[in-house]
Design a protein around this ligand. Structure first.
Ligand SMILES: Cc1cc2nc3c(=O)[nH]c(=O)nc-3n(C[C@H](O)[C@H](O)[C@H](O)COP(=O)(O)OP(=O)(O)OC[C@H]3O[C@@H](n4cnc5c(N)ncnc54)[C@H](O)[C@@H]3O)c2cc1C
Length: 95
């Protein structure tokens, strides 16, 4: 990565900027299509979970950016995963 060309969509003017790297903004749409007929999703296609990360289907857990929440960071995804994993163990042991 050496440089990018930025185009002003209003004026059409292009400028070049020398840069070392780039973060691609991939958008917010979660890839939950395969699960839409299995668990409940919200209007943004995010999986709805309760506080234990359990979805609308008993014994099915979800974690991370694909779930309904305000902040999407490594720390929140990892925390979700911990909660989901521990509750999965508890769910199985209770069967
Ligand atoms: C450009 C950018 C910069 C960011 N910077 C920061 C930062 O500085 N600090 C920070 O804390 N967070 C940052 N984040 C957010 C952070 O990356 C996410 O919150 C975190 O990665 C979410 O983890 P996740 O495991 O929920 O989802 P992901 O990391 O998105 O993992 C989901 C995985 O599932 C896979 N997958 C999808 N569909 C399927 C399928 N059908 N079958 C099998 N696998 C599938 C994907 O390929 C992917 O590997 C950034 C995100 C982006 C895009």
């Amino acid at each position: 990565m050496e440089k990018v060309t930025v185009k002003n969509l209003k004026t059409g003017k292009k400028i070049e900027k020398n840069i070392d790297g780039v973060f691609i903004f991939i958008g917010y749409v979660p890839q939950t299509e395969p699960f839409k007929n299995i668990v409940k999703l919200n209007e943004r296609a995010e999986i709805i979970t309760d506080i234990d990360m359990m979805t609308s289907v008993s014994g099915v857990f979800a974690a991370g950016d694909c779930t309904e929440k305000t902040y999407r960071q490594i720390t929140t995804a990892v925390a979700d995963g911990t909660v989901a994993a521990l509750n999965t163990i508890e769910y199985i042991q209770a069967l």
